[in-house]
Design a protein around this ligand. Structure first.
Ligand SMILES: *Cc1c(COP(=O)(O)O)cnc(C)c1O
Length: 400
């Protein structure tokens, strides 16, 4: 296996997305190959011994540790993110869990923002405490709350920005500066912004996690996750132990699917944003809709910081509130002919969901309201269809 072309530091983002990490086998295939194998063979017993005691050259020994197709995905995403290292995982949640587990231990402390994806919230409020880790959630937009929570030492800070589904935007640099003074590693869930819009490492993040299931695949085909970082010591001493010995490995087939997803990521994200920007304005003008939350709208509560840290763009997701509450929200969903009711996001197909009764069903009502989720709220993941078809579908469903 040879690296045909060394990814040069001078390659721009689009070139890295298409060619970064490509390694060709002896067959000189054009597209990346799928190495759908679990193990590897050795020419001699001594070679096997040297591979295990670390004295031999670095090579693949078992696909739970590393695999050529997965390695190509990791290298391509690392190049795109501007990170030194990337480890792929089976899902976004295994990326979040392993990244946090590698930062803390019993007796440790983790501070997070309150507006989180449902399973991330579960890890912080339930799973980590079960292992003896103290956790605290704060309003991510409240600078005083961060200052207070980080006046005590912490192992990690976890935040999601923009958040799911209320699109709250957190000032990453502000939190990272405080977190580092408290001795914490900053883990940023960058799913909603994608590697195209937001570069958390430039703002002080130590670890970036992705659900590759979302925009990186972007076509509803497979699950995947990624952990990106620059601190090799943290990886070697902590993260790699979790990954090797608990085995949340990405399937080589999924890695191949996601490699192909990366090739078109920036084109798709641009198109998602074009449609979302137009729809956010369109929805704002509809009398049945009392509120539209979209970071690029001047009415967004953190509009200024959003534009500063998200390359001046709003992303592909919109939250909206129906004046008629849950009944109106359900009626809108049920009357859509084109847009699907689905809780996935970042897909080529436009998808709408009612967070109160689906993604955040398990969260107590009072907490949902604190997070800004109301019964009349819908989350819209804007797809790649023709914008006029999307507008017509929403208009018809609003006006039955
Ligand atoms: C979907 C999602 C996750 C979890 O990813 P999976 O691939 O579904 O495990 C984590 N964080 C955010 C913000 C998400 O949207």
């Amino acid at each position: 296996m040879t690296t045909e072309k060394k990814a040069s530091d001078t390659w721009r983002a689009a070139t890295r997305s298409v060619r970064g990490g490509t390694k060709r086998s002896g067959f000189n295939e054009t597209s990346e190959a799928i190495f759908m194998n679990s193990g590897y063979v050795y020419d001699t017993a001594a070679e096997a011994e040297a591979s295990f005691d670390g004295s031999g050259p670095e090579r693949f020994v078992y696909s739970r540790f590393a695999n050529p197709t997965v390695a190509m995905f990791e290298e391509r995403l690392a190049l795109l993110e501007g990170a030194q290292y990337c480890r792929a995982t089976a899902s976004g949640m295994s990326a979040v869990w392993n990244a946090l587990a590698a930062c803390t231990r019993a007796g440790g402390r983790v501070v997070g923002s309150r507006a989180l994806f449902g399973s991330c919230e579960f890890i912080l409020t339930t799973l980590l405490p079960r292992f003896g880790v103290e956790t605290e959630l704060v309003d991510g937009t409240d600078h005083d709350a961060w200052e207070k929570a980080l006046s005590k030492p912490a192992d990690a800070v976890f935040l999601e920005t923009p958040s799911n589904p209320t699109l709250e935007v957190i000032d990453i640099k502000f939190v990272a500066d405080l977190a580092h003074k408290a001795g914490a590693r900053v883990v940023v869930d960058n799913v909603f912004a994608t590697p195209i819009l937001q570069h958390p490492f430039e703002l002080g993040a130590d670890v970036v996690v992705y659900s590759a299931t979302k925009h990186i695949d972007g076509q509803g085909r497979c699950l995947g996750g990624a952990i990106l970082f620059n601190d090799k010591e943290w990886h070697d001493d902590h993260l790699t132990q979790f990954l090797r010995h608990t085995g949340p490995s990405m399937s080589p087939f999924n890695a191949w699917t996601l490699l192909k997803g990366l090739e078109t990521l920036s084109l798709r994200v641009d198109a998602h944003i074009r449609n979302a920007t137009e729809l956010a304005n369109f929805l704002s003008a509809q009398p049945q809709i009392s509120k539209v939350i979209y970071p690029a709208l001047a009415s967004h509560p953190q509009h200024e910081i959003a534009m500063k840290q998200m390359s001046g763009r709003g992303g592909g997701l919109i939250a909206l509130e129906l004046a008629g509450g849950k009944q109106a929200a359900f009626s809108l969903l049920d009357n859509l002919q084109l847009i699907d009711i689905s809780n996935n996001l970042g897909d080529a197909k436009s998808l709408a969901t009612h967070p109160w009764t689906t993604t955040h069903q398990r969260v107590p009502g009072e907490d949902k309201l604190t997070m800004g989720i109301t019964e009349g709220m819908l989350r819209l993941s804007v797809g790649l269809e023709d914008i006029d078809d999307l507008k017509e579908d929403l208009f018809a469903a609003l006006n039955v």
